[in-house]
Design a protein around this ligand. Structure first.
Ligand SMILES: Nc1ncnc2c1ncn2[C@@H]1O[C@H](COP(=O)(O)OP(=O)(O)OP(=O)(O)O)[C@@H](O)[C@H]1O
Length: 528
């Protein structure tokens, strides 16, 4: 025991630890930086860069580190580059670790729900902004445990640098053991030292995980403290109608109950210029021709319900309007702009398309809500205003509070999406889409992912918006009763074309086409 304690505190070995730490730091930091580049190269759309990165990954993952160490240490001097053993060891370790870090980063990015990216694009976020504000924060949380493991692996791998005479812990252990023959005590002491070092790394990993944990109460209070800074001292004045501000909460709505969506004496509505014009719109996924020549014209202030059987292309049509999907033929104009295309009809890169989306003023509400998972309800609404539209923190927070009040979500402003019901998330999604005052709101089956008892609260909010007037809306929905009540016009799609359109009374009340009749019969019986 005395021998063991002697070696455990022996300065010769402790100095070896200093070399081990320096090697580990070089391998970890260098590996992360190079790994980031390799991951970015593999994720880019430039194929040549992707193949270079893949070749590197294959080469370094497929050869032993010990050979790579010898290569860097002994081959580089032949090219006139002479490095000290420590630098050569650190470099070789970084070059090797980069491959594993690259794969970790890539899996972090690929693991982010594509709906998050779609939401960011629809909000007008440029790719770099989307990566920095949405993908990276979410991906990072997922990869911290893997990064921690890779840190530990880097430290253990640093022992191989003994082969090129870096005087790190393992080399010194071997030298000491050969000189004293106290193999057991020395190797046992070294094992304990490695355990202490890797244990410390594990503690760092756990601390980072804890700091990034969105559910941590301390962080919640920090969030609300920051949020309070941006809130006005008195209530934000709102100009909304009282019934909209009191949109029914889950607790207000009975199970399966849909509030009476009556519009007594609907005021005569007049519409402005054509805001959305689709001409012979075509879109295929492989051999699946989803849109087969859609013509659709929606005027300013008009509320259009898009009906049709599942798979008829409603969502695809909405996604084509703001160029979340590229077109295969035809064109779509939003306020005169063909989003996604330049003046000469050339296809634009995403960062220019993002600007077009902002200028055209298209808001979008998704079937799966797609709220940013790592942001509170208030931040989901406020942050895009700051990032995309350049609002100040105070103004954005005030606008978010105003809209959350409108959709009956003021009391959940500091909640994360995962702590909200589906109906609540969708109401926040509507608030987020409305925040920048869009000219047109596209709602992609806003209630179809909700439990029946939550449908009414979301429909209530949309109905309130329709009643307010002024906002152009296209709502893909299966809810006939809702379509009857809110839609100025019903467009029925089947097989990728518009088969019938007119007032709700005409299309739902007296369908002329067999496909519409079948759909109305099926939906009517489902709604009873
Ligand atoms: N990204 C995609 N890749 C391949 N096929 C797709 C993609 N998106 C949609 N499709 C296909 O396009 C067709 C139309 O889908 P879409 O979601 O537009 O229909 P929908 O009318 O909105 O249906 P639902 O009412 O069920 O949502 C379907 O056959 C679907 O499988």
């Amino acid at each position: 025991m005395t021998e063991f304690l002697h070696y455990l505190t022996l300065p010769y070995l402790l100095e070896g630890i200093a070399f081990t730490l320096r090697l580990t730091a070089m391998g970890f930091v260098g590996g992360m930086v190079l790994g980031l580049f390799l991951a970015a190269m593999q994720l880019t759309r430039f194929r040549a860069l992707t193949w270079v990165a893949r070749a590197y990954v294959t080469l370094y993952r497929g050869t032993p580190l010990i050979l790579q160490l010898v290569f860097v240490f002994s081959v580089l001097p032949r090219a006139g580059i002479t490095l000290s053993p420590l630098v050569a060891g650190g470099l070789a370790l970084a070059l090797n670790e980069a491959v594993f870090f690259a794969e970790i980063f890539r899996s972090g990015v690929k693991g982010v729900d594509p709906g998050q990216v779609a939401a960011g694009r629809a909000l007008g976020m440029r790719p770099a902004l989307l990566m920095r504000r949405v993908v990276a924060p979410q991906g990072l949380r997922a990869i911290v445990p893997s990064l921690g493991s890779e840190g530990v692996a880097t430290m253990k791998n640093s022992a191989l640098a003994s082969i090129i005479a870096v005087p790190e812990l393992t080399l010194r252990t071997q030298q000491l053991a050969s000189a004293t023959f106290d193999y057991f005590e020395i190797y046992f002491a070294t094992a304990v030292m490695y355990l202490l070092l890797t244990g410390a790394l594990t503690l760092v990993q756990l601390a980072v995980e804890r700091a990034l944990d969105l559910d941590r109460p301390a962080q919640a209070s920090l969030r609300s403290w920051v949020a309070r800074l941006g809130r006005p001292a008195v209530g934000v004045p709102t100009t909304v109608e009282p019934d909209l501000r009191r949109a029914p909460d889950r607790t207000d709505v009975g199970l399966g109950e849909v509030p009476a969506l009556t519009r007594a004496d609907p005021p005569p509505r007049s519409f402005g210029e054509a805001l959305i014009e689709a001409f012979d719109l075509r879109k295929s996924y492989g051999d699946n021709e989803v849109l087969r020549g859609i013509d659709l014209h929606v005027r300013q202030g008009e509320v259009v319900a898009l009906l049709g059987p599942s798979g008829s292309g409603k969502s695809t049509l909405l996604r084509c309007i703001n160029h979340l999907e590229g077109l295969d033929g035809g064109s779509v104009l939003v306020a005169g702009t063909a989003i996604g295309y330049g003046e000469r009809g050339d296809e634009l890169v995403e960062r220019h398309v993002a600007r077009q989306r902002v200028e055209a003023g298209v808001g979008m509400v998704f079937q799966q809500f797609n709220l940013f998972h790592h942001l509170t309800a208030r931040e989901n609404v406020a942050a895009p205003l700051r990032w995309v539209h350049g609002w100040s923190r105070e103004d954005a927070a005030a606008r978010a509070d105003e809209l959350l009040a409108q959709v009956g979500m003021a009391h959940r402003a500091d909640a994360l999406p995962r702590h909200m019901s589906g109906g609540q998330q969708q109401r926040v999604g509507i608030a987020r889409a409305l925040a920048s005052n869009p000219k047109v709101l596209l709602l992609d089956e806003p209630t179809s992912a909700l439990d029946p008892e939550l449908v009414a609260e979301v429909l209530g909010v949309i109905q309130g918006l329709a009643r307010q007037g002024g906002l152009t809306m296209i709502i893909a929905t299966h809810q006939l009763r809702f379509a009857r009540e809110v839609a100025d016009r019903v467009v029925f799609m089947a097989g990728g074309v518009v088969v019938e359109q007119g007032t709700a009374q005409q299309v739902i009340g007296d369908p002329q086409v067999e496909a519409t009749r079948r759909f109305v019969r099926a939906m009517d019986s489902a709604e009873v």
